[in-house]
Design a protein. Structure first.
Length: 399
């Protein structure tokens, strides 16, 4: 057994449950989706005609957004997952109503996050209903996303210029997640250019974003004319050279997804490298800190405010899918063991809200931007979305 496998299995063993009695995954999923259904219905009841949930503010009150916020697709996506699991027609109505709130995106949003916004909402709606009336918005959104492609650098630009930042063409690791919309649209509309742009972006990111230890930077600033790298940063992490946890999760999920979409072996290898970086650095319960280099990890000061349930949920979902692609059975089982540990922890009272609490959100203890004191130790819609996805995937993997 090689060194990488030894590290992986050691991590899986550390995270394996030691409880003599634990609920089955079927029981856990039933419990989670029972709570999720109530929370989603309660959230929908408090939303205005154009509102979507975002988080909880420092005053404890719910914070909403309109469809232009980058997280706008996650609540309808969670409702679609809840409908898929429960078959509750009321949840289907809620999911569709909130999905259609995003109809203005192609005309009014200029952002790389269109992939998040549309595929989590409209994509799940199309998958579960087959309603072809949704295709026009999906197609227009893919076209709008492609306007951010910079052929000279071979990447999709993430952010626009920002005050106080010497950036020309910043690209964030999060952008890997937006490629799924383009890959799916390439098949739906038989337009190879969508896939070509996605593969180019994934290839350039794979070549430039990652360090020798397979952790990634958050932001790379490119010269859009020739692809020259101007700066490397970690904007939402501890420091430029640190490993921001949610960034590592985006990379893991993104390359796993890209392997699924186009079968390129290099993407599977990259996903495994990222997984093998993450797993040995997880705390015993599997829920990562907001950055893998925060001093508290070394000191053993496991403060809840430092944990990020959103990053953990993304990792769990990605590892479950990755396990299905890895040929080595021992390594695959190791990935699943870690994913299961994370899901069981997130489904515990420490992280899973009780029905009627947490302003209608499902998970507690997420971290948006710790260094800016923005959305710290709060619920986050993307944490809920990827948690529900992870539960469904893990349950299906055990059937």
């Amino acid at each position: 057994m090689n060194h990488k496998f030894s590290i992986l299995l050691a991590g899986a063993a550390l995270l394996s449950s030691c409880s003599p009695v634990q609920e089955s995954m079927d029981e856990l999923a039933d419990r989670v989706f029972s709570i999720a259904a109530e929370q989603i219905k309660a959230t929908d009841a408090r939303l205005g005609e154009t509102e979507l949930p975002r988080t909880t503010g420092k005053d404890g009150e719910a914070v909403n957004s309109d469809y232009r916020w980058w997280c706008s697709g996650f609540f309808p996506g969670s409702a679609w997952y809840a409908y898929e699991y429960t078959g509750d027609a009321n949840l289907k109505d809620i999911a569709l109503k909130n999905t259609l709130k995003l109809a203005g995106i192609p005309d009014n949003v200029d952002s790389h996050d269109i992939g998040f916004m549309i595929w989590c909402s409209y994509g799940n709606a199309l998958r579960l209903t087959g309603d072809t009336s949704l295709l026009e918005t999906i197609h227009a959104s893919a076209d709008k996303l492609c306007t951010r492609y910079r052929p000279g650098a071979g990447i999709i630009q993430s952010w626009n210029a920002r005050l106080g930042k010497d950036w020309i063409c910043p690209v964030i690791i999060d952008n890997m997640m937006n490629l799924e919309l383009l890959m799916e649209c390439s098949k739906l509309f038989e337009e190879p250019c969508y896939a070509e742009i996605s593969v180019s972006h994934a290839d350039v990111t794979m070549g430039n974003h990652f360090r020798k230890d397979n952790s990634s930077y958050h932001v790379l600033d490119y010269n859009p004319e020739n692809g020259e790298i101007r700066h490397r940063h970690t904007e939402q992490g501890l420091a430029d050279e640190s490993a921001w946890a949610r960034g590592q999760a985006w990379g893991l999920y993104g390359y796993t997804m890209m392997y699924r979409e186009c079968g390129k072996d290099e993407y599977l290898a990259q996903a495994e490298k990222i997984a093998d970086y993450i797993i040995p650095r997880l705390p015993e319960d599997g829920v990562c800190f907001w950055d893998f280099n925060v001093p508290e990890i070394r000191l053993g000061q496991y403060e809840m405010v430092k944990r990020d349930a959103s990053a953990a949920a993304i990792v769990a979902s990605a590892l479950t899918e990755l396990a299905s692609y890895v040929e080595d059975a021992i390594k695959s089982e190791g990935y699943l063991a870690v994913a299961e540990k994370i899901v069981r922890t997130l489904a515990s009272d420490e992280y899973l809200a009780k029905a009627g609490e947490n302003n209608g959100f499902i998970l507690k203890h997420g971290v948006g931007h710790y260094r800016n004191d923005s959305e710290v130790d709060v619920p986050l819609t993307y944490a809920d979305y990827y948690f529900l996805e992870a539960v469904i995937r893990l349950k299906e993997s055990m059937e």
